[in-house]
Design a protein around this ligand. Structure first.
Ligand SMILES: [Zn+2]
Length: 406
Protein backbone atom coordinates (compact mmCIF):
# COMPACT_ATOMS: atom_id res chain seq x y z
CA UNK A 1 0.00 0.00 0.00
CA UNK A 2 1.38 3.41 -0.91
CA UNK A 3 1.03 5.96 1.84
CA UNK A 4 3.97 8.22 1.18
CA UNK A 5 5.94 9.14 -1.91
CA UNK A 6 9.10 7.54 -0.54
CA UNK A 7 7.21 4.22 -0.40
CA UNK A 8 7.35 4.09 -4.19
CA UNK A 9 8.98 1.04 -5.72
CA UNK A 10 11.86 1.65 -8.10
CA UNK A 11 9.89 0.68 -11.23
CA UNK A 12 7.56 3.61 -10.47
CA UNK A 13 9.91 6.20 -9.01
CA UNK A 14 12.55 5.56 -11.65
CA UNK A 15 11.52 3.19 -14.44
CA UNK A 16 14.73 3.97 -16.37
CA UNK A 17 16.80 2.07 -13.80
CA UNK A 18 17.15 -1.47 -15.10
CA UNK A 19 20.30 -2.41 -13.17
CA UNK A 20 20.24 -2.12 -9.38
CA UNK A 21 21.67 -3.61 -6.23
CA UNK A 22 18.79 -4.82 -4.07
CA UNK A 23 18.85 -5.96 -0.46
CA UNK A 24 17.49 -9.37 0.54
CA UNK A 25 14.84 -8.84 3.26
CA UNK A 26 13.43 -12.36 3.23
CA UNK A 27 14.86 -15.58 1.76
CA UNK A 28 12.91 -18.82 1.47
CA UNK A 29 14.48 -22.00 0.19
CA UNK A 30 12.40 -24.01 -2.33
CA UNK A 31 12.74 -27.38 -4.08
CA UNK A 32 14.74 -25.83 -6.91
CA UNK A 33 16.28 -22.77 -5.33
CA UNK A 34 15.04 -19.61 -3.68
CA UNK A 35 12.23 -17.13 -3.31
CA UNK A 36 13.66 -13.74 -2.42
CA UNK A 37 11.89 -10.67 -1.09
CA UNK A 38 13.95 -7.64 -2.04
CA UNK A 39 14.28 -4.00 -1.18
CA UNK A 40 15.04 -1.65 -4.07
CA UNK A 41 14.44 -4.29 -6.79
CA UNK A 42 13.82 -2.77 -10.24
CA UNK A 43 11.50 -5.57 -11.45
CA UNK A 44 7.87 -4.77 -12.25
CA UNK A 45 5.93 -7.57 -10.51
CA UNK A 46 3.06 -7.67 -13.01
CA UNK A 47 -0.52 -6.48 -12.69
CA UNK A 48 -3.12 -4.36 -14.44
CA UNK A 49 -2.82 -6.59 -17.50
CA UNK A 50 0.92 -5.96 -17.83
CA UNK A 51 3.19 -9.00 -17.42
CA UNK A 52 5.93 -9.14 -14.78
CA UNK A 53 9.44 -8.18 -15.87
CA UNK A 54 11.99 -10.75 -16.92
CA UNK A 55 15.64 -10.55 -16.00
CA UNK A 56 18.27 -11.98 -13.70
CA UNK A 57 19.51 -11.81 -10.11
CA UNK A 58 23.26 -12.28 -9.60
CA UNK A 59 23.43 -13.61 -13.16
CA UNK A 60 20.75 -16.28 -12.58
CA UNK A 61 17.62 -16.04 -14.72
CA UNK A 62 14.55 -14.90 -12.84
CA UNK A 63 11.95 -17.70 -13.04
CA UNK A 64 8.99 -15.56 -12.06
CA UNK A 65 7.58 -13.09 -9.58
CA UNK A 66 4.94 -14.11 -7.07
CA UNK A 67 2.74 -11.94 -4.87
CA UNK A 68 1.60 -13.14 -1.46
CA UNK A 69 -0.36 -10.88 0.93
CA UNK A 70 1.05 -7.79 -0.73
CA UNK A 71 4.61 -9.16 -0.50
CA UNK A 72 6.62 -9.76 -3.66
CA UNK A 73 8.83 -12.83 -4.06
CA UNK A 74 11.38 -13.33 -6.84
CA UNK A 75 11.81 -16.98 -7.83
CA UNK A 76 15.25 -18.34 -8.68
CA UNK A 77 16.64 -21.74 -9.59
CA UNK A 78 19.93 -21.60 -7.74
CA UNK A 79 22.16 -23.74 -5.56
CA UNK A 80 23.73 -20.60 -4.05
CA UNK A 81 23.11 -19.38 -0.53
CA UNK A 82 21.13 -16.21 0.18
CA UNK A 83 20.78 -14.62 3.59
CA UNK A 84 18.94 -11.57 4.85
CA UNK A 85 20.93 -8.40 4.31
CA UNK A 86 22.79 -9.70 1.23
CA UNK A 87 23.16 -7.26 -1.63
CA UNK A 88 22.11 -8.89 -4.92
CA UNK A 89 22.63 -7.47 -8.38
CA UNK A 90 19.36 -7.24 -10.32
CA UNK A 91 19.15 -6.81 -14.06
CA UNK A 92 15.88 -6.21 -15.92
CA UNK A 93 15.58 -7.65 -19.46
CA UNK A 94 15.53 -4.33 -21.31
CA UNK A 95 13.98 -5.62 -24.57
CA UNK A 96 11.12 -7.29 -22.71
CA UNK A 97 10.54 -4.21 -20.53
CA UNK A 98 10.55 -1.88 -23.52
CA UNK A 99 8.07 -4.12 -25.35
CA UNK A 100 5.83 -4.27 -22.24
CA UNK A 101 5.91 -0.48 -21.88
CA UNK A 102 5.11 -0.02 -25.57
CA UNK A 103 2.15 -2.41 -25.40
CA UNK A 104 0.83 -0.83 -22.21
CA UNK A 105 1.26 2.81 -23.21
CA UNK A 106 -0.08 2.07 -26.69
CA UNK A 107 -3.10 0.46 -25.06
CA UNK A 108 -3.75 3.67 -23.02
CA UNK A 109 -3.61 5.68 -26.24
CA UNK A 110 -5.91 3.27 -28.07
CA UNK A 111 -8.39 3.18 -25.18
CA UNK A 112 -8.45 7.01 -25.17
CA UNK A 113 -9.08 7.06 -28.93
CA UNK A 114 -11.76 4.34 -28.65
CA UNK A 115 -13.37 6.31 -25.81
CA UNK A 116 -13.70 9.34 -28.06
CA UNK A 117 -15.56 7.07 -30.55
CA UNK A 118 -18.01 6.02 -27.81
CA UNK A 119 -16.28 2.70 -27.09
CA UNK A 120 -15.47 2.03 -23.44
CA UNK A 121 -12.55 -0.25 -22.56
CA UNK A 122 -13.87 -3.04 -20.33
CA UNK A 123 -10.76 -5.20 -20.10
CA UNK A 124 -7.34 -5.46 -21.68
CA UNK A 125 -5.05 -8.36 -22.39
CA UNK A 126 -1.39 -7.60 -23.07
CA UNK A 127 -0.52 -10.92 -24.70
CA UNK A 128 2.73 -12.32 -26.04
CA UNK A 129 1.45 -11.98 -29.61
CA UNK A 130 -0.87 -8.98 -29.55
CA UNK A 131 -2.85 -6.62 -27.33
CA UNK A 132 -6.56 -7.33 -26.95
CA UNK A 133 -8.92 -4.53 -25.90
CA UNK A 134 -12.45 -5.59 -25.00
CA UNK A 135 -14.89 -2.73 -25.56
CA UNK A 136 -18.46 -1.95 -24.68
CA UNK A 137 -20.76 0.19 -26.79
CA UNK A 138 -20.29 -1.48 -30.17
CA UNK A 139 -23.66 -1.90 -31.83
CA UNK A 140 -24.31 -5.49 -32.86
CA UNK A 141 -20.89 -6.45 -31.47
CA UNK A 142 -19.28 -5.00 -34.59
CA UNK A 143 -16.85 -2.11 -34.78
CA UNK A 144 -17.02 -0.68 -38.32
CA UNK A 145 -13.77 -0.37 -40.30
CA UNK A 146 -14.47 3.36 -40.53
CA UNK A 147 -14.38 3.66 -36.70
CA UNK A 148 -11.14 1.68 -36.58
CA UNK A 149 -9.66 4.05 -39.16
CA UNK A 150 -10.71 7.08 -37.06
CA UNK A 151 -9.14 5.51 -33.98
CA UNK A 152 -5.88 4.83 -35.82
CA UNK A 153 -5.84 8.35 -37.30
CA UNK A 154 -6.28 9.83 -33.83
CA UNK A 155 -3.49 7.66 -32.42
CA UNK A 156 -1.19 8.62 -35.30
CA UNK A 157 -1.80 12.29 -34.57
CA UNK A 158 -1.20 11.89 -30.83
CA UNK A 159 1.99 9.91 -31.49
CA UNK A 160 3.26 12.61 -33.87
CA UNK A 161 2.45 15.31 -31.28
CA UNK A 162 4.77 13.50 -28.85
CA UNK A 163 2.61 14.05 -25.79
CA UNK A 164 4.15 13.35 -22.40
CA UNK A 165 3.03 10.39 -20.31
CA UNK A 166 2.92 11.54 -16.70
CA UNK A 167 2.37 9.53 -13.50
CA UNK A 168 1.02 11.30 -10.41
CA UNK A 169 0.21 10.13 -6.92
CA UNK A 170 -2.97 11.78 -5.72
CA UNK A 171 -5.21 11.62 -2.67
CA UNK A 172 -8.66 10.17 -3.45
CA UNK A 173 -10.30 13.59 -2.93
CA UNK A 174 -8.01 15.10 -5.57
CA UNK A 175 -9.45 12.76 -8.21
CA UNK A 176 -12.86 14.42 -8.41
CA UNK A 177 -11.86 17.16 -10.86
CA UNK A 178 -9.83 14.86 -13.08
CA UNK A 179 -12.55 13.14 -15.11
CA UNK A 180 -10.88 9.73 -14.99
CA UNK A 181 -11.68 7.52 -17.99
CA UNK A 182 -11.79 4.55 -15.61
CA UNK A 183 -12.31 4.83 -11.82
CA UNK A 184 -9.21 4.12 -9.74
CA UNK A 185 -9.12 0.66 -8.15
CA UNK A 186 -7.85 -0.22 -4.67
CA UNK A 187 -7.95 1.60 -1.38
CA UNK A 188 -4.48 3.14 -1.14
CA UNK A 189 -4.06 6.50 0.52
CA UNK A 190 -2.40 7.63 -2.67
CA UNK A 191 -3.82 6.77 -6.07
CA UNK A 192 -1.52 6.51 -9.04
CA UNK A 193 -2.99 8.35 -12.00
CA UNK A 194 -1.43 8.10 -15.43
CA UNK A 195 -2.04 10.98 -17.80
CA UNK A 196 -1.40 11.21 -21.50
CA UNK A 197 -0.78 14.93 -21.61
CA UNK A 198 -4.01 16.78 -22.12
CA UNK A 199 -6.11 13.91 -23.37
CA UNK A 200 -6.48 10.95 -20.99
CA UNK A 201 -6.40 10.28 -17.23
CA UNK A 202 -6.67 6.81 -15.81
CA UNK A 203 -5.82 5.08 -12.55
CA UNK A 204 -3.04 2.59 -13.38
CA UNK A 205 -0.18 0.74 -11.71
CA UNK A 206 1.80 -0.32 -14.77
CA UNK A 207 5.07 0.98 -16.19
CA UNK A 208 4.80 3.31 -19.17
CA UNK A 209 6.89 5.05 -21.80
CA UNK A 210 7.78 8.70 -21.19
CA UNK A 211 6.03 10.03 -24.27
CA UNK A 212 3.68 8.98 -27.05
CA UNK A 213 6.34 9.22 -29.78
CA UNK A 214 8.09 6.21 -28.21
CA UNK A 215 5.02 4.09 -29.05
CA UNK A 216 6.05 4.38 -32.70
CA UNK A 217 3.46 2.48 -34.62
CA UNK A 218 0.08 0.78 -34.14
CA UNK A 219 -1.51 -1.78 -36.46
CA UNK A 220 -5.02 -3.24 -36.28
CA UNK A 221 -5.26 -7.02 -36.58
CA UNK A 222 -9.04 -7.52 -36.48
CA UNK A 223 -11.72 -8.33 -33.93
CA UNK A 224 -13.38 -11.29 -32.24
CA UNK A 225 -16.58 -11.73 -30.26
CA UNK A 226 -16.17 -12.40 -26.57
CA UNK A 227 -18.86 -12.69 -23.87
CA UNK A 228 -21.33 -10.73 -26.02
CA UNK A 229 -18.79 -7.94 -26.53
CA UNK A 230 -16.10 -7.30 -29.07
CA UNK A 231 -12.35 -7.62 -28.55
CA UNK A 232 -10.11 -5.60 -30.85
CA UNK A 233 -6.62 -6.92 -31.53
CA UNK A 234 -3.58 -4.67 -32.06
CA UNK A 235 0.14 -4.76 -32.66
CA UNK A 236 2.03 -1.92 -31.03
CA UNK A 237 5.56 -0.49 -31.27
CA UNK A 238 8.37 -2.82 -32.34
CA UNK A 239 5.88 -5.64 -32.90
CA UNK A 240 3.96 -3.51 -35.41
CA UNK A 241 7.17 -2.54 -37.21
CA UNK A 242 8.26 -6.19 -37.42
CA UNK A 243 4.84 -7.19 -38.77
CA UNK A 244 4.86 -4.38 -41.34
CA UNK A 245 8.33 -5.43 -42.50
CA UNK A 246 7.15 -9.02 -42.89
CA UNK A 247 4.09 -7.94 -44.88
CA UNK A 248 6.25 -5.74 -47.07
CA UNK A 249 8.58 -8.69 -47.81
CA UNK A 250 5.62 -10.94 -48.61
CA UNK A 251 4.08 -8.27 -50.82
CA UNK A 252 7.28 -8.02 -52.86
CA UNK A 253 7.28 -11.83 -53.27
CA UNK A 254 3.64 -11.75 -54.39
CA UNK A 255 4.35 -8.91 -56.83
CA UNK A 256 7.14 -10.99 -58.33
CA UNK A 257 4.97 -14.12 -58.55
CA UNK A 258 2.11 -12.25 -60.18
CA UNK A 259 4.32 -9.92 -62.23
CA UNK A 260 2.20 -7.05 -60.95
CA UNK A 261 2.63 -3.65 -59.37
CA UNK A 262 1.34 -3.25 -55.78
CA UNK A 263 -1.89 -1.54 -56.90
CA UNK A 264 -2.77 -4.33 -59.35
CA UNK A 265 -2.65 -7.22 -56.88
CA UNK A 266 -6.31 -7.37 -55.72
CA UNK A 267 -7.53 -7.31 -59.34
CA UNK A 268 -4.99 -9.94 -60.39
CA UNK A 269 -5.89 -12.28 -57.51
CA UNK A 270 -9.58 -11.89 -58.24
CA UNK A 271 -9.08 -12.87 -61.88
CA UNK A 272 -6.92 -15.85 -60.84
CA UNK A 273 -9.69 -17.05 -58.51
CA UNK A 274 -12.29 -16.77 -61.28
CA UNK A 275 -10.01 -18.58 -63.72
CA UNK A 276 -9.41 -21.33 -61.17
CA UNK A 277 -13.14 -21.79 -60.59
CA UNK A 278 -13.71 -22.15 -64.32
CA UNK A 279 -10.89 -24.67 -64.64
CA UNK A 280 -12.25 -26.71 -61.74
CA UNK A 281 -15.63 -26.79 -63.42
CA UNK A 282 -14.09 -27.97 -66.69
CA UNK A 283 -12.06 -30.68 -64.94
CA UNK A 284 -15.17 -31.86 -63.10
CA UNK A 285 -17.14 -32.06 -66.35
CA UNK A 286 -14.32 -33.95 -68.07
CA UNK A 287 -14.00 -36.37 -65.16
CA UNK A 288 -17.71 -37.06 -65.23
CA UNK A 289 -17.62 -37.61 -68.97
CA UNK A 290 -14.63 -39.96 -68.64
CA UNK A 291 -16.42 -41.88 -65.89
CA UNK A 292 -19.53 -42.38 -68.00
CA UNK A 293 -17.50 -43.44 -71.05
CA UNK A 294 -15.48 -45.94 -69.05
CA UNK A 295 -18.68 -47.34 -67.54
CA UNK A 296 -20.08 -47.87 -71.03
CA UNK A 297 -16.96 -49.75 -72.15
CA UNK A 298 -17.02 -51.97 -69.03
CA UNK A 299 -20.66 -52.78 -69.61
CA UNK A 300 -19.92 -53.77 -73.21
CA UNK A 301 -17.13 -56.12 -72.08
CA UNK A 302 -18.87 -57.76 -69.12
CA UNK A 303 -21.53 -60.39 -68.65
CA UNK A 304 -24.95 -59.35 -67.49
CA UNK A 305 -24.68 -60.36 -63.82
CA UNK A 306 -20.98 -59.56 -63.44
CA UNK A 307 -19.73 -57.29 -60.67
CA UNK A 308 -17.38 -54.75 -62.16
CA UNK A 309 -14.14 -54.06 -60.29
CA UNK A 310 -12.11 -51.24 -61.79
CA UNK A 311 -9.80 -48.41 -60.94
CA UNK A 312 -9.71 -44.99 -62.54
CA UNK A 313 -6.60 -42.93 -61.93
CA UNK A 314 -7.03 -39.22 -62.33
CA UNK A 315 -4.32 -36.85 -61.29
CA UNK A 316 -6.20 -34.91 -58.60
CA UNK A 317 -7.95 -37.86 -56.98
CA UNK A 318 -11.37 -36.28 -57.39
CA UNK A 319 -14.45 -38.40 -56.80
CA UNK A 320 -16.31 -37.13 -59.85
CA UNK A 321 -15.04 -39.85 -62.17
CA UNK A 322 -16.05 -42.86 -60.05
CA UNK A 323 -19.31 -41.21 -58.99
CA UNK A 324 -20.29 -40.65 -62.64
CA UNK A 325 -19.19 -44.16 -63.63
CA UNK A 326 -21.16 -45.77 -60.77
CA UNK A 327 -24.18 -43.66 -61.70
CA UNK A 328 -23.97 -44.89 -65.27
CA UNK A 329 -23.62 -48.54 -64.15
CA UNK A 330 -26.60 -48.22 -61.80
CA UNK A 331 -28.82 -46.65 -64.44
CA UNK A 332 -27.79 -49.33 -66.94
CA UNK A 333 -28.94 -52.01 -64.49
CA UNK A 334 -25.50 -53.52 -63.72
CA UNK A 335 -25.29 -56.12 -60.94
CA UNK A 336 -22.74 -54.12 -58.98
CA UNK A 337 -19.33 -52.49 -58.91
CA UNK A 338 -16.34 -51.54 -56.81
CA UNK A 339 -14.53 -48.52 -58.21
CA UNK A 340 -11.38 -46.92 -56.92
CA UNK A 341 -9.78 -43.59 -57.68
CA UNK A 342 -6.63 -42.84 -55.71
CA UNK A 343 -7.92 -43.01 -52.12
CA UNK A 344 -11.63 -42.79 -52.88
CA UNK A 345 -13.86 -45.80 -53.39
CA UNK A 346 -17.49 -46.43 -54.28
CA UNK A 347 -19.34 -49.74 -53.93
CA UNK A 348 -22.68 -50.64 -55.46
CA UNK A 349 -24.50 -54.00 -55.19
CA UNK A 350 -27.97 -54.33 -56.71
CA UNK A 351 -30.58 -55.86 -54.41
CA UNK A 352 -28.15 -56.43 -51.53
CA UNK A 353 -28.69 -55.42 -47.92
CA UNK A 354 -26.43 -53.83 -45.33
CA UNK A 355 -25.08 -57.15 -44.04
CA UNK A 356 -23.71 -57.89 -47.52
CA UNK A 357 -21.66 -54.71 -47.42
CA UNK A 358 -20.66 -55.28 -43.80
CA UNK A 359 -19.24 -58.73 -44.67
CA UNK A 360 -17.42 -57.22 -47.64
CA UNK A 361 -16.04 -54.41 -45.52
CA UNK A 362 -14.85 -56.69 -42.71
CA UNK A 363 -13.33 -59.35 -44.95
CA UNK A 364 -11.84 -57.17 -47.67
CA UNK A 365 -11.57 -53.49 -46.85
CA UNK A 366 -10.76 -53.41 -43.12
CA UNK A 367 -7.02 -54.30 -43.57
CA UNK A 368 -6.70 -51.15 -45.70
CA UNK A 369 -7.84 -48.73 -42.96
CA UNK A 370 -11.14 -48.09 -44.71
CA UNK A 371 -13.37 -45.15 -43.84
CA UNK A 372 -16.88 -44.30 -44.98
CA UNK A 373 -20.28 -45.93 -45.25
CA UNK A 374 -23.67 -45.57 -46.86
CA UNK A 375 -26.91 -47.46 -47.20
CA UNK A 376 -28.05 -50.18 -49.62
CA UNK A 377 -27.33 -50.37 -52.43
CA UNK A 378 -24.57 -47.71 -52.42
CA UNK A 379 -21.56 -47.16 -50.17
CA UNK A 380 -18.57 -44.85 -50.50
CA UNK A 381 -15.53 -43.63 -48.60
CA UNK A 382 -11.74 -43.38 -48.35
CA UNK A 383 -9.14 -46.12 -48.18
CA UNK A 384 -5.37 -46.41 -47.69
CA UNK A 385 -3.03 -48.87 -49.41
CA UNK A 386 -1.72 -49.96 -52.80
CA UNK A 387 -4.37 -49.80 -55.53
CA UNK A 388 -3.19 -53.12 -56.98
CA UNK A 389 -3.44 -54.94 -53.63
CA UNK A 390 -6.89 -53.55 -52.92
CA UNK A 391 -8.19 -54.60 -56.35
CA UNK A 392 -6.72 -58.12 -56.03
CA UNK A 393 -8.46 -58.55 -52.67
CA UNK A 394 -11.77 -57.21 -53.98
CA UNK A 395 -11.65 -59.38 -57.13
CA UNK A 396 -10.85 -62.52 -55.11
CA UNK A 397 -13.82 -61.90 -52.79
CA UNK A 398 -16.15 -61.16 -55.71
CA UNK A 399 -14.99 -64.36 -57.51
CA UNK A 400 -15.97 -66.48 -54.48
CA UNK A 401 -19.23 -64.64 -54.12
CA UNK A 402 -19.94 -65.01 -57.82
CA UNK A 403 -19.14 -68.70 -57.65
CA UNK A 404 -21.35 -69.23 -54.58
CA UNK A 405 -24.09 -67.07 -56.01
CA UNK A 406 -24.15 -68.93 -59.34
ZN1 LIG B 1 -1.17 1.89 -17.54
Amino acid sequence: MIQYMNDLPLYWSNPDILLADAKVIEARQTDIGWELRLENAPFYPGGGGQPADRGSICGTTLLGIRKEDGKIFHKLESSGIFTIGDAVQCSVDSDFRRDSMQQHTGQHLLSAALYSEGLDTVSVHLGQEHVGIEVEGAEGVIVPEETVRQVLDRCKLWISENRKVISRYLKPEELDNLNLRRPAAGKSDLVRVVEIEGLDHVGCGGVHLKDTASIGMILYLGSEKIRGRVRLKWLIGGRAVKHAEKLSRQMRQIQKLLSSGPGEIPEKVESLITENQMLNKRVKNLEEKTGRMLAESWLADSEEDQLIVETIQTADGGRECIEAAAGKLISAGAAGCFLLNNNSWIFFAKGRDASFFNDFRTEVLTPFKVKGGGKPPLWRGRIEGETKEILVAVRAWFAIFHHEGA
